[in-house]
Design a protein around this ligand. Structure first.
Ligand SMILES: [Fe+2]
Ligand SMILES: [Fe+2]
Length: 296
């Protein structure tokens, strides 16, 4: 993997919320001149697949924050409390930036509000009102995002270097932070519930959420490509199939780490990708510092 030269910023200059390991990076991405239909060089069906993912993020991230924050007062470990703060800060920034992204999609005539509403109805319906079920659904979706994000960082050719630079930067930033905070909700869950019932709830919710999450993402993608008039373009679908399952094969690479979640002793940091994260995260520290310097 080629990573461009980076400068490590002076941490003292950054005024940040969140924990040292999970900093809230307040970064703004400039998407004004992005052609959202074709921004990913793997083709329009791939671009719309990633746009379909973006549509579920802001409301989903709001749900994650709500579900984890509910247990804040039950946590005794000061480090976990600090990490929870970092997690909330990072997800809030993701929600903000993906909302800007999604507003641009809405301005192109796609029914983003309707798709968001349907996604949330499904997630809230599945988790119900029980706070532990909501937290288990959050842990499941956090595992999904961490696994997909790890695949993206390991296979940056999923968003090739000739993609729009701001789109690439935004997706990679999100991928880095999803991995930095990947264990927070899981650790909260383990702090508030243990034993066989905790395992059954965690894995049962993962099975349910897997079906719902992918059905929602593909329904979103179907809406987007229908509106573009390319729903029956089989060459485009073949290109998407290749992207997802063969070369680079994003979803194929995600299968094994996804399945690890069902092991009784699973913990997100068993997928230890700290060395990989080190290669990526300094560029976003630097970018945040540049933005702060500009604003000063
Ligand atoms: Fe996120
Ligand atoms: Fe997350």
């Amino acid at each position: 993997m080629s990573v461009s030269p980076i400068t490590t910023p002076s941490k003292a200059k950054l005024s940040r919320k969140g924990s040292k390991a999970i900093p809230r990076r307040d970064i703004h991405f400039k998407l004004d001149d992005v052609d959202l239909k074709t921004w990913n060089p793997h083709g329009q069906h791939v671009s719309q697949f990633m746009n379909a993912l973006s549509i579920v993020f802001p409301e989903g991230e709001k749900f994650f924050i709500e579900s984890a924050r509910h247990f804040k007062d039950q946590l005794k470990n000061p480090q976990l409390l600090e990490d929870l703060q970092g997690f909330i800060g990072q997800e809030a920034m993701h929600g903000r930036e993906h909302r800007v992204y999604n507003e641009r999609l809405a301005a192109m005539g796609y029914d983003v509000a309707g798709l968001e509403r349907d996604s949330m109805k499904m997630l809230r319906g599945a988790a119900g009102k029980n706070p532990l079920n909501k937290l288990a659904a959050t842990c499941a979706l956090e595992h999904f995002t961490a696994v997909l994000a790890d695949v993206l960082l390991n296979h940056p050719e999923l968003i090739p270097e000739n993609a729009h630079p701001e789109m690439r930067a935004m997706w990679m930033w999100h991928a880095v932070e999803e991995n930095e905070h990947k264990a927070v909700c899981y650790d909260v869950y383990q702090s508030v519930t243990q034993g066989p019932s905790a395992y059954v709830r965690r894995t049962g919710m993962m099975a349910l959420v897997t079906v719902l999450f992918w059905s929602r993402v593909f329904q979103n993608q179907a809406h987007l490509v229908r509106r573009d008039g390319i729903a029956t373009d089989w060459r485009g679908w073949l290109q998407f199939g290749k992207f997802a399952f063969t070369q680079p094969g994003g979803l194929r690479h995600a299968l094994k780490p996804y399945l690890d979640y069902f092991k009784p002793g699973f913990h997100p940091w068993q997928h230890d990708n700290r060395a990989l994260l080190e290669q990526w995260k300094a560029r976003y520290d630097q970018r945040e510092m540049d933005e702060l310097a500009l604003a000063a």
